[in-house]
Ligand binder design. Structure first.
Ligand SMILES: Nc1ncnc2c1ncn2[C@@H]1O[C@H](COP(=O)(O)OP(=O)(O)OP(=O)(O)O)[C@@H](O)[C@H]1O
Length: 369
């Protein structure tokens, strides 16, 4: 789904902003501190229900205001007009609005727009903890497999019961029975999650290989999935093998919550082998592969937020990335301090240019004029 109207209210320094974006590229320019990243952050709330800069949503609400509101509308894959909104208050409330219906279910909002964010911090996916890589993979799985959200939610519940039992330490009456029950449930949903993840990774591989040959031709990059338990054993066997140790430490040490993507460049850990810019190109290739797969096999258009794309990516690579995103029908929002950072943008006939100044956003009427 692409956005054709966006409104933000009391969101950081953006008091009241309304814009009608292009379905292809939108360039958002402005001085440091003008509000460019805040605009992307507002859009990010529509795609993820949270910020990409902070976990403290209260910091996002404009100083001295009680709540912020973000609204977006556009046509879905069936050509129906969809209206989405999210508000967060300084009393910790969250309200999601989908086509006029209020709820607190962020997952319902998040499923509407497959959105990706690309920032100078994107290389953290490679150098950071496995949870960042799992999140990255799960984003794509969530948007193509309807059963994934339910299986993940169930797995999380089972894991929390299992860990509570392991932590309790005592093996009083009924302990074993409860442990058997939650372990069985956990194994079942854990297998479902693992199958979905492996299927998805296999499905995007051809797109990924193609992108990598364009973005990082100098390296042989391999991405493989590690399930989170011993290669030679089933999940049941691994849980049994670790039972004593896990009871000592009070948590389950094996399962898909410990899965990881192993990323290698020329046979070595990519985090050690690649420069920052090369890591960002790898992430761009990975994000693009997901968008290409969603578009070609699931008829879903992604929204891409490229914050400060000038940092660490040379001009040629920026252009290829945006070209490829548009080729798979993504809607792109790019921030830059000056238009000259993305000179190639003028070649797209339907691009739009927005100037941000002290929290006000103005569209340039004839950006190619
Ligand atoms: N809760 C808030 N209420 C009001 N203003 C805020 C709030 N949080 C941050 N700001 C201000 O909003 C302004 C815009 O910040 P933003 O990060 O969007 O700027 P930017 O245009 O992306 O800048 P840069 O190019 O330096 O990254 C800053 O001046 C910041 O101090």
């Amino acid at each position: 789904m692409k956005l054709d109207l966006v409104r933000l209210q009391d969101f950081r320094n953006l008091t009241s902003v309304s814009l009608t974006p292009s379905p292809s590229v939108n360039l958002v320019v402005g001085q440091n501190g003008s509000g460019k990243s805040s605009l992307l952050e507002g859009l990010h709330f529509l795609g993820f229900g949270r910020s990409f800069r902070t976990n403290k949503h209260r910091n996002v609400i404009q100083h001295d205001k009680k709540a912020f509101h973000v609204f977006g509308q556009g046509l879905d894959g069936q050509g129906r007009l969809r209206k989405l909104g999210v508000s967060r208050g300084n009393d910790d409330s969250i309200t999601v609005n989908i086509d006029g219906e209020h709820s607190h279910r962020v997952a319902a909002l998040v499923s509407q727009i497959p959105m990706q964010i690309f920032t100078p911090q994107s290389s953290d996916i490679i150098i950071g903890s496995p949870s960042l890589r799992r999140k990255h993979l799960d984003w794509g799985v969530f948007h193509v497999e309807h059963g994934f959200a339910m299986a993940s939610g169930h797995y999380r519940r089972c894991l929390s019961h299992k860990n509570a039992l392991l932590k309790s330490g005592s093996k009083g009456s009924g302990w074993q029975q409860q442990d058997n029950y939650w372990t069985e449930q956990l194994i079942s949903s854990g297998k479902t999650i693992t199958d979905y993840r492996i299927q998805f990774l296999n499905a995007i591989q051809p797109y990924l290989s193609q992108n990598l040959s364009q973005f990082l031709p100098e390296f042989c990059v391999e991405i493989s999935y590690h399930r989170g338990w011993d290669k030679e054993a089933s999940l049941e066997e691994s849980i049994q093998q670790k039972a004593e140790k896990d009871q000592r430490f009070g948590f389950l040490s094996v399962g898909p919550h410990k899965a990881d993507l192993k990323i290698k460049a020329d046979g070595h850990d990519a985090a050690e082998r690649l420069s920052r810019g090369q890591m960002r190109m790898l992430i761009a290739a990975l994000q693009l592969a997901q968008a290409q797969y969603l578009n070609s096999k699931h008829q879903k258009d992604c929204v891409f937020l490229l914050d400060d794309v000038g940092a660490e990516l040379d001009a040629g690579k920026r252009e290829v990335f945006v070209d490829e995103l548009l080729a798979c029908s993504a809607q792109v929002f790019v921030t830059a301090i000056e238009q000259q950072q993305v000179p190639f943008i003028k070649k797209y006939n339907d691009y739009k240019l927005f100037h941000v100044e002290h929290g006000h956003v103005e569209e340039e009427n004839d950006p190619n004029g």
